[in-house]
Unconditional design. Structure first.
Length: 177
């Protein structure tokens, strides 16, 4: 997977009404482990990551362009990722390689409070300024009601549905205003 790009990275802290988006730090490792080991978080992502993989996580995980730690009151509650990758089937509506994909993972205790919407909107605003005119894609299982609602709130529009990993996937596109 190619990096988002070094231009404008890392950005200054991004502050929202309640949150700070920042680079990862060593103090975030325990939260990364908790998120990736969570069966709840992994429900639509193939399950929790195996412990032996998690034990190999670097001291400062997620330290690369496009990975934002979502901080609430000095504590990591989640991640927002903007990463270049290829998603979906070869015949999808947008076959271009290197599209930027929005991803997000939050601790279950932070679910249902609007933090993901607030953090993802802030990351997309930053992206629109750093990469003018470039679209962002999002892929989620259509059965993931929370992700589907978040995609709609953020302004993603459906481009295609397809079956992968034994489940229907939803592929959406966001374009800066």
């Amino acid at each position: 997977m190619a990096d988002l790009g070094l231009e404008g990275w890392p950005p200054a802290l991004i502050r929202t009404e309640r949150l700070v988006l920042r680079e990862s730090e060593a103090r975030d490792r325990a939260a990364f482990l908790e998120i990736y080991a969570s069966a709840e978080v992994g429900t639509y992502l193939g399950g929790p990551q195996p412990r032996d993989e998690l034990d190999r996580m670097p001291e400062v995980p997620g330290r690369r362009p496009g990975v934002f730690v979502v901080d609430l009151g000095g504590e990591m509650i989640g991640l927002v990722l903007l990463e270049r990758r290829n998603l979906g089937p070869a015949d999808r509506l947008r076959p271009a390689s290197g599209e930027v994909d929005l991803g997000y993972l939050f601790r279950p205790a932070a679910w249902g409070q609007g933090y993901a919407t607030e953090a993802c909107a802030a990351a997309l605003d930053w992206f629109a300024g750093a990469h003018p005119g470039e679209s962002v894609v999002l892929c989620t299982q259509s059965a993931n009601d929370r992700s589907m609602r978040l995609a709609a709130k953020l302004g993603f529009t459906e481009a295609q549905r397809f079956v992968k990993f034994g489940a229907e996937q939803w592929f959406g596109v966001w374009s800066p205003a």
